[in-house]
Design a protein around this ligand. Structure first.
Ligand code: T1G
Length: 695
């Protein structure tokens, strides 16, 4: 037996323990070790049952995701879990799976190959493979419906959300909840001498073909709406529906076919890239190993507007007491009312209990002066996006905050060094750029100034994890990573409209492709006035590729600021539902005529190339300038902050999937047609031949 899997005896029960930290993934050797343990029990007369349990913090959290890239490249053999799980299931002696932490993917599949499952109340079980662009590939689509029924199986496999131990007990996935020590409870269960009961033989919860097919179309329609463009959820539902017409072994074969189609497709590569990418971005090259993040026990926020209120909620949601300051009682009351409304909505939607909401509200202390700021470990400034005002606030903070406190600004574009210059402690100043709504969006851009200390950076990156966000480190350039790239992307969207495309045609091309919102609709959401002010600032700073004027100015001068004013690129009703506005189409044709812009029609492909390639090229420039550390950092920013489809992996991963040479060639053609805006970044040209970003 390898160290990965060890056995011990408790009376006449053989205990098989998996020890593959950190999550007991089914790395090579682990499934084999479990099967070996079960096999040894079969031939041991002194053993009447087997208990399988995970050491450390969890049961098995799934197949080893790192192996999939190696399987696709041919470096590793195809997934062979089915044979091993079948050997476990065919054990002549009862096998009891003891679950704590999470049993996910192959972990739950292993558990279902056992004859019984017991779990502690805090455990969760699930088949999250679709979140990796896959489907269960070790019998999950065949065993789960036999335990929990087809509808529950489709829900769990199509959407990938885990269920609690109590829900698993209710649906038949788990046989008993264990109070107290899990191993003791599992052994006691085994000592009741339950008979061998192969999951594959259970058919009482399966459905006939008609019922299964109608559930299949129900779930596949729902997936097409909620998980638009994703193929794995549809395949998972298909595999489960097949239990109505295929026997177990044929169903396993069919599942394997569908699994391999997903595994060798582009969506799983993209989603696995994002899975590991969200963990890789926390590793900061050059940050000395001995640098440890400081503890963040108390926080303070300056400004109780939309952002400040949302940021205060983030701290309260993480259980961190937070002081929230405004300048007037009215503004403070307004901010608190909005926070209260947010929590009430969460309670109404069942996302939060009333007592949990009350506890979080209690953690937010409203003030009109800097009282309590001297105890804060971190202060986040979230006042109006105006440099002089921010510098004034930081000069105040310099006077009131304790030594060693992190002084963070939520600015979305302003210069961190400029803000830090208002204090005598620039080494403690950095940007923590939250995305609206701050209590919802996962992305946190951490922006380092030239003087920001490694400890401050490490602490801010840890803050991201504490707030259950994804922190990405950015250099101090205009727009940081996300907004800097969004500029050229939206520039092209506007240019396409000026050249003859309709507003909704441009937006729809991107949303059909997978973006959560079209670039012009985003402008209406963020505010045409905000975009105008940011553009004026960029022009003042001499940021390259910023057009002196664009049609959007015509919207701005007419007070068409977007959703907030009821009209922008679109018209908005009282529920902010958008509809195309013929007046805008008329205005833009008039504008184009004045500017002498030739008009023509556009294909979806051309709209996608003009917008997405501008995004990719700016990303390459950010890498050249060292503002973004790695291509994956850019991908994680866009997937978590800008509605870029995770199943396309992010702008830089997508460019590699398309082919960097193809992107470069197309950009050269656009450069010949439109000039300098389209000059391919040097890094893009250098990487084109290799087909991979060499950054
Ligand atoms: N394989 C390899 N590494 C994994 C892993 C996995 N399944 N799960 C986590 N890790 C690494 C992770 O990269 C990180 O590494 C460390 O473990 C801690 O993870 C055949 C095909 C279990 C809820 O999708 O959801 O089974 O950064 O930071 O926040 O049908 O990890 O430290 O180097 O996330 O406590 C299905 C994925 C696989 C579960 C724990 N299983 N993992 O969260 O820790 S496909 C999953 C998670 C499959 C079968 C199919 C979470 C977690 P590093 P972490 P955490």
């Amino acid at each position: 037996m390898s160290d990965l899997v060890t056995t011990s005896r408790q009376g006449s029960v053989l205990v098989v323990t998996i020890n593959n930290p950190p999550v007991n993934a089914l790395s090579p050797g682990v499934p084999e070790g479990i099967a070996a343990g079960v096999r040894s029990a079969a031939s041991d007369e002194g053993i009447h049952a087997v208990v399988v349990i995970g050491a450390g913090r969890t049961f098995i959290a799934g197949a080893d995701i790192r192996e999939f890239g190696r399987i696709v490249s041919g470096e590793a053999p195809p997934l062979n879990l089915n044979e091993i799980l079948s050997e476990i299931e065919n054990s002549p002696k009862p096998v009891i799976m003891a679950i704590h932490g999470t049993a996910l993917g192959g972990g739950l599949e292993t558990a279902m190959a056992g004859h019984y499952r017991v779990a502690v109340a805090s455990a969760k079980v699930g088949q999250p493979e679709v979140k990796l662009g896959l489907i269960p590939g070790a019998g999950g689509t065949q065993r789960l419906p036999r335990l929990a029924g087809i509808e529950t199986a489709m829900q769990m496999c199509a959407f990938g959300e885990p269920v609690s131990a109590a829900e698993a007990l209710a649906s038949g996935i788990v046989d008993r909840l264990i109070e107290g020590d899990l191993l003791t409870g599992a052994v006691a269960f085994a000592n009741e001498h339950p008979p061998v009961r192969r999951t594959r033989d259970l058919s009482g919860k399966l459905l006939g073909a008609v019922a299964a097919e109608s559930l299949k179309s129900l779930f596949q329609d729902s997936c097409r709406k909620k998980l638009k463009g994703q193929t794995a959820p549809l395949a998972a539902v298909e595999a489960i529906a097949a239990t109505a017409r295929l026997d177990f072994d044929a169903g396993i074969k069919y599942e394997a076919t569908l699994f391999n189609e997903c595994l060798f497709g582009t969506q799983s590569k993209a989603l696995i890239h994002v899975f590991f990418g969200e963990r890789a971005v926390a590793r900061i090259p050059g940050l000395p190993k001995e640098v440890q993040p400081l503890p963040l026990r108390r926080a303070a926020v300056v400004g109780a507007g939309t952002m400040g209120g949302g940021i205060a909620m983030c701290f309260a949601n993480a259980g961190i007491p937070v002081v929230l300051k405004e300048t007037t009682q009215g503004a403070l009351d307004h901010g608190l009312a909005s926070i209260r409304r947010n929590y009430e909505t969460s309670v109404k939607r069942g996302r939060l209990t009333a007592e949990a909401a009350a506890q979080r509200l209690d953690l937010i202390k409203p003030v009109l002066r800097y009282e309590g700021f001297d105890e804060a470990d971190i202060v986040v400034e979230a006042v109006f996006e105006e440099l002089a005002l921010k510098k004034h606030v930081f000069s105040d903070l310099d006077a009131v905050a304790r030594d060693g406190a992190i002084l963070a600004t939520n600015t979305s574009t302003l210069d961190i060094d400029e803000i830090a210059s208002a204090t005598k402690r620039p080494e403690w100043v950095l940007g923590t750029h939250f995305f609206s709504p701050a209590n919802v969006m996962r992305l946190l851009e951490v922006v380092r100034g030239k003087a920001t200390s490694p400890t401050a950076i490490a602490t801010a990156m840890e803050l991201g994890k504490t707030l259950k966000k994804v922190g990405v480190l950015s250099g101090n350039a205009f727009g940081f990573i996300g907004n800097r790239m969004f500029g050229p992307y939206r520039h092209e969207a506007i240019r396409l409209v000026e050249e003859g495309a309709s507003v909704s045609q441009v937006d729809q091309a991107l949303t059909d492709w997978g973006m959560a919102m079209g670039p012009l609709a985003v402008g209406d959401l963020a505010g045409v006035d905000v975009a105008w002010r940011v553009r004026q600032e960029a022009i003042r700073l001499g940021i390259p590729h910023i057009e002196a004027s664009s049609f959007e100015d015509e919207l701005f001068v007419r007070g068409r600021y977007g959703q907030k004013s009821g009209a922008g690129w679109y018209l908005y009703d009282e529920n902010r539902k958008a509809s195309p506005d013929p007046e805008v189409e008329r205005l833009v044709r008039e504008y184009a005529a004045c500017q002498g812009i030739p008009q023509r029609t556009f294909s979806h492909t051309e709209i996608l190339e003009r917008t997405l390639f501008a995004l990719i090229n700016e990303g390459a420039r950010l890498l050249e300038e060292g503002i973004a550390l790695r291509p994956v950092d850019i991908d994680i920013v866009y997937v978590n902050g800008y509605g870029f489809p995770a199943w396309r992996g992010g702008p830089m991963h997508y460019a590699e999937t398309l082919g960097l040479q193809r992107v470069t060639d197309r950009m050269r053609a656009l450069y010949d047609e439109f000039g300098p805006f389209w000059k391919p970044a040097a890094l893009l040209e250098q990487s084109a031949k290799a087909g991979r970003w060499n950054s």
